[in-house]
Design a protein around this ligand. Structure first.
Ligand SMILES: O=C(O)C1=C[C@@H](OP(=O)(O)O)[C@@H](O)[C@H](O)C1
Ligand SMILES: C=C(OP(=O)(O)O)C(=O)O
Length: 408
């Protein structure tokens, strides 16, 4: 496995058509729902992303020990899935996964009648999941300010519970579009729910088999927006994206309008063209946390000041993404600071020609967010294989639009 790669572009001019990977968020919901339905559903365009390939394999596995690796959705969705289907499993993951909290979900599932024990530290994987004795409980209060994945996990099993589920979300609702995506996918497979105020109600129901085609991944698209913003000239088409999407990261089209990219929706996807960008913007990432790294790396490189809120969940993702960003923007002479609690300010500096090498912290998004800076000067990306989590062909796709990629 290559320790690093060097990336450069001889002309800075980008034209081409890219088939993006499919959304791992949509795919992983469809896989869990299809498994819960107990019927044969036809799922098309499942992502080649490791997170999806892994879930597909694990759902077929009879092993007692299940390794969710570094995939948050796999860990959280399988916890609820194994609990409600009464399967005895030891569910674990990477060292980092065992530092990502899961207490809110475990406590909720216990209240519903699941038997789950912590093998190591209380509140974190690995988990020993045992039988399920429905408690008859249908009313649950769940914190919604840590990870929406707990809520999505509970919602997908809700129609199978004897009394259904009334979920009251407590606190700020972070990553809300992912909860809405879950409800939309459930609806697609025949299950209705009501989301009013901060309460989501799901009555006992049966999932129905259905065909589903996964849309291209808007989070993956964000790196192409960044590439277009940084290019000298660009005309890039991204296939398989829809104007009306289940994915909240579709917000990248609006964000990038301000950062220098015009989006034209076509029958096959989107066409990205360059435009003027603003110099100073304010953004709230509560609904789209996975876009923060793209925006920070681009803005630091191109010289845009950004005031940011809604970054709370970044500390408990594949790495502490705030800390990783704070370190990596320094080499761009930029600074990222928390100016008042919860409010971050990115101040770009003057980019000086020097050797740039970015660490990726076992986080696919660190690699892909910083890669577009290779349009400004040659750069090195460390541990480039991290992209396999969501976009395994990322480096090959860059080569298609003229990047020179050298594995060191
Ligand atoms: O449900 C999902 O598919 C996801 C929800 C988000 O996580 P949080 O809810 O933990 O913010 C997001 O960051 C992650 O990449 C995918
Ligand atoms: C946070 C992410 O994934 P997960 O939480 O599913 O591991 C991500 O892909 O950026």
């Amino acid at each position: 496995m290559s320790q690093s790669l060097t990336l450069q572009h001889p002309t800075g001019k980008l034209t081409g058509t890219i088939k993006l990977p499919a959304s791992k968020s949509e795919a992983n919901r469809a896989l869990i729902i299809a498994a819960l339905s107990g019927q044969e559903s036809q799922l098309h365009n499942l992502s080649e992303a490791n997170d999806t390939q892994l879930l597909q394999r694990l759902l077929q596995s009879n092993d007692q020990t299940i390794d969710a690796e570094d995939a948050g959705t796999v860990m959280r969705f399988l916890t609820a899935y194994y609990a409600v289907t009464g399967q005895q499993k030891l569910l674990t993951g990477t060292e980092r996964m065992c530092q990502r909290p899961i207490k809110v979900l475990v406590e909720a599932l216990r209240e519903l009648g699941a038997s789950i024990d912590y093998v190591g530290e209380e509140g974190y994987p690995p988990l020993k999941i045992g039988g399920f004795k429905g408690s008859g409980q249908k009313h649950l209060k769940v914190r919604s300010d840590i990870s929406s994945q707990y809520i999505s996990a509970l919602l997908m099993i809700a129609p199978l519970l004897p009394e259904g589920l009334e979920l009251v979300l407590e606190g700020k609702i972070g990553s809300r579009p992912y909860i809405e995506m879950t409800l939309s996918l459930m609806q697609h497979f025949g299950v209705s729910a009501d989301f009013s105020g901060n309460t989501i109600t799901v009555k006992p129901q049966k999932y129905k088999a259905a065909e589903f085609t996964v849309e291209s991944d808007w989070s993956a698209a964000s790196y192409w927006y960044s590439l277009v913003a940084l290019a000298q000239e660009a005309d890039i088409t991204l296939l398989g994206l829809k104007e009306k999407s289940f994915q909240g990261d579709r917000a990248i089209a609006d964000i990038m309008y301000r950062l220098g990219v015009y989006t034209e929706f076509t029958s096959e996807g989107v066409r990205l063209l360059k435009k003027e960008h603003e110099r100073h913007i304010s953004l709230d990432f509560s609904d789209c946390p996975d876009l923060a790294q793209t925006v920070v790396a681009l803005s630091a490189g191109i010289g845009i000041a950004v005031d940011m809120t809604g970054l709370e969940s970044l500390r408990i993702k594949e790495t502490d993404r705030i800390q990783a960003l704070q370190i990596e923007v320094l080499s761009l002479n930029a600074s990222l600071q928390e100016v008042t609690p919860g409010v971050f300010s990115l101040k770009p500096g003057i980019l000086q020609k020097k050797e740039l090498s970015f660490r990726t912290y076992q986080d696919h998004r660190m690699a892909m967010a910083f890669a577009p800076l290779a349009l400004l000067q040659p750069i090195e990306i460390q541990e480039p294989s991290v992209v396999r989590k969501s976009y395994p062909r990322f480096w090959e796709d860059l080569q298609k639009v003229g990047f020179e990629v050298t594995y060191n």
